[in-house]
Design a protein around this ligand. Sequence first.
Ligand code: C6P
Length: 418
Amino acid sequence: MTDLATRATELPTLDVAAVRADFPILSRRVHGRPLVYLDNAATSQTPRQVIETFDDYYGRYNANIHRGLHTLADEATAVFEGTRETVRGFLNAAESREIVFTRGTTEAINLVVGAWGRANLKAGDEVLISRLEHHSNIVPWQLLANELGFTIKVIPVDARGVLDMEAYRELFTERTRLVAVNHVSNAFGTVNPVGEMAAIAHGHGARILVDGAQAAPHQPVDVRAIDADFYAFSGHKVYGPTGAGVLYGKAALLEAMPPWQGGGEMIKTVSFEAGTTFADIPHKFEAGTPAIAEVIALGEALRWVEGVGLPAIGAWEQRLLAHATERVSQIDGLRILGTAPDKAGVLSFVVDGAHAQDIGLLIDQLGVAIRTGHHCAQPLLAQFGLDATCRASFAAYNTLEEIDVFADALHRVIGMVR
Ligand code: C6P
């Protein structure tokens, strides 16, 4: 065998027909046509194993956790806490107490901003945020900066949507306290060198928060290899439900942080006279009844992902991306945004003479779901003089045939609007 042939046989494979069979929604029709779902970066579809988790929970052991002494409460608590261990393994975190359950990435980032940021930042300090960020990793920092008076400095991107690492290095001063960067850009698909960025940040005594919303569904994540101080992701983008997400934080950091929200579950003792003492991590950051069923279902989603295998999912999505890129590149006047050498399965584009919104609406009539708009990344789009792009994003269950349906539909739609 040639080297190439050997390597090809070593590539992880994915049985896309078997994967598709797990997703009931994929057999529905939209406007009389088979659904081609290419809006996976917004939310991925849900396998039946995850859907069934809800039935099982509500039909068998629905109870509030950490409170009751009865059987149902014990069972619910055990499965919920077991999910923390599943997430720990998924991220290769050192300890399950480093896993905080949140509603999603947005809430996880707000937790870091509200607890770590408020305790550690002051006027004159600097926070570095990349231009590739989703609004979730910009606006919470801006809100706190307005209040505390620290400065936000922007890590620039080049014409391909790649972070300028030279500029990144030069942005550091003795006042830099934190870097906020996504692992994968939702708008352009750029995979950022977060391990290298973490090493540079730590070399300057700064912390790093990695927004992993678009990485967790596509590639194995190892928070210890990255040496991330904080890492956030959302369940609904990784074949899980909405309403459940994760903040990973290094134990020492979480322990030193004040609580964020107050309420039940996050206390040890409460007294009007003696004040309140707080629960140990991670419960200190989980005030109130959490989304129990959703968290449990997220655990099932992660088991499903691990069953298929992230290396296989990532490799398959690269094939889909390559095929889609080749097909749409043949369209006259179509420009792809985001041409980083290291890209996840996201294809953003604009077409001369055709507004993104019109393309999105018309292509839906042909059964194809893509996202159009600013993708909550207005600062990035502004650099390219744009207020919207079309974005097709891929998942484990998409097929090469679906890419062809999408490309043919796109041809047709552009012909209609031009
Ligand atoms: N991006 C998209 O279509 P939430 O809403 O909390 O689950 O995730 C927010 C978020 C944070 N960071 C990144 C990189 C993201 O992509 C998202 C969500 C969706 O691109 C909805 S705007």
